[in-house]
Write a protein that binds this ligand. Structure first.
Ligand SMILES: *[C@@H]1O[C@H](CO)[C@@H](O)[C@H](O)[C@H]1NC(C)=O
Ligand SMILES: *[C@@H]1O[C@H](CO)[C@@H](O)[C@H](O)[C@H]1NC(C)=O
Ligand SMILES: *[C@@H]1O[C@H](CO)[C@@H](O)[C@H](O)[C@H]1NC(C)=O
Ligand SMILES: *[C@@H]1O[C@H](CO)[C@@H](O)[C@H](O)[C@H]1NC(C)=O
Ligand SMILES: *[C@@H]1O[C@H](CO)[C@@H](O)[C@H](O)[C@H]1NC(C)=O
Ligand SMILES: *[C@@H]1O[C@H](CO)[C@@H](O)[C@H](O)[C@H]1NC(C)=O
Length: 304
């Protein structure tokens, strides 16, 4: 292409001159277009930069699968104390559930009351359902074990205020819905789980929406940051029929370390739009077994 142009320039001055005036006319048009386009772009960019509003507040959701060796829960206790305006929903899991005994071990019985004593903390007991296939008597027994903690220990603070049901189904069946609804009814009817027990389901993805009303909150996303971005982030939640953000929980893990500062802020803001309970971690393996290196930054952004 450049060769042809050079030949044309050499072959005829007149042609070159008319090319020049066409170029000048073109430049003028271009400048007029740019003058029309640039100011709105600049204004939009500035507005974005200056929009400090983080939108609706969400609760920090913590799958606390951390063994409470002395000090191990301190990163959580620290942010709970320093962020009294942030609510925390914390899942306790002594042994793939409450464990085989009526009370968990001494490390748990020492640490749980400390967490439970904060006004901005709601503890949930972990119970798995194996996609509503687990023997329902065993599920019931787990729930009743949690509910008996305060009386069995004679310590009202050794208590949870609801149940986190793990491995709930995504596909609808009448049997599964009856199973889950029965367990929710059991939780709400038991003494020992607080005055207003909270029920969370974890299908880990968007389930059939007929399940949503049988829980207070449902984990509709438990995936990596890359998956969150690939599914265009918040937009994926608009596809959940008959739902609203007050019923939704999202867990985003494996966030790259480069997503920090303003990028982390945008991620938290985006997720807060759609989920009332939110956990974000930079850990990419065993992501519930410890706290990621931007844990306190995440909680700061939840307070903003
Ligand atoms: C700023 O962000 C908040 C939260 O996302 C949003 O509700 C609001 O409309 C935004 N304001 C502007 C001017 O873009
Ligand atoms: C936090 O919990 C308190 C007490 O339950 C409640 O009044 C408040 O609205 C909650 N805030 C958020 C952001 O969920
Ligand atoms: C379920 O568990 C209960 C209590 O352990 C037991 O009695 C019952 O036989 C079990 N049911 C099935 C179908 O395994
Ligand atoms: C606690 O549970 C154990 C085992 O079921 C039982 O032996 C004990 O009597 C209970 N203690 C109280 C105070 O309920
Ligand atoms: C749920 O409870 C109802 C009424 O108590 C009972 O008839 C039904 O069998 C239960 N369903 C399951 C799956 O346990
Ligand atoms: C949406 O949230 C509001 C307020 O929490 C609740 O009353 C309503 O039932 C929810 N909508 C659906 C479709 O569940």
């Amino acid at each position: 292409m450049s060769t042809t142009d050079t030949e044309k320039h050499v072959s005829s001055r007149g042609c070159l001159k008319s090319r020049r005036s066409r170029i000048i006319a073109g430049l003028i048009v271009l400048i007029v277009i740019l003058a029309a386009v640039i100011p709105p772009v600049v204004v939009t960019t500035l507005r974005k930069k200056h929009n400090n509003s983080m939108g609706p507040k969400s609760k920090v959701f913590v799958p606390l699968y951390v063994y409470p060796a002395p000090g191990a829960w301190s990163p959580l206790e620290d942010v709970i104390s320093t962020h009294p305006d942030v609510n925390f929903t914390v899942v306790i899991n002594p042994g793939n559930g409450p464990g085989p005994n009526s009370l968990p071990d001494a490390n748990y019985t020492r640490e749980i009351p400390k967490l439970a004593s904060h006004a901005n903390v709601r503890l949930l007991g972990y119970v798995h359902t194996t996609y509503a296939q687990r023997n329902i008597s065993l599920v019931q027994k787990d729930i009743e074990t949690y509910a008996a903690w305060p009386t069995n220990s004679s310590n009202p603070d050794l208590a949870v205020r609801g149940i986190f049901f793990d491995e709930t189904p995504q596909a609808y069946s009448a049997h599964s819905l009856a199973y889950l609804q029965n367990m929710t009814d059991l939780v709400r009817g038991l003494k020992g789980l607080g005055s207003d027990p909270f029920v969370v389901h974890n299908p880990g993805a968007i389930p059939d929406s007929r399940y949503l009303s049988s829980a207070d909150s449902t984990v509709v996303f438990e995936e990596t940051y890359n998956t969150f971005e690939a599914r265009s982030g918040a937009n994926l939640f608009t596809a959940i029929p008959d739902s609203n953000r007050s019923q939704l929980c999202a867990v985003i893990h494996s966030v790259p370390d480069t997503v920090e500062g303003s990028k982390l802020r945008e991620l938290v803001k985006e997720a807060r739009k759609v989920a009332d309970e939110l956990f974000i971690t930079h850990l990419s393996i065993n992501y519930y077994a410890s706290f990621g290196n931007q844990w306190s930054e995440f909680v700061d952004l939840m307070a903003a």
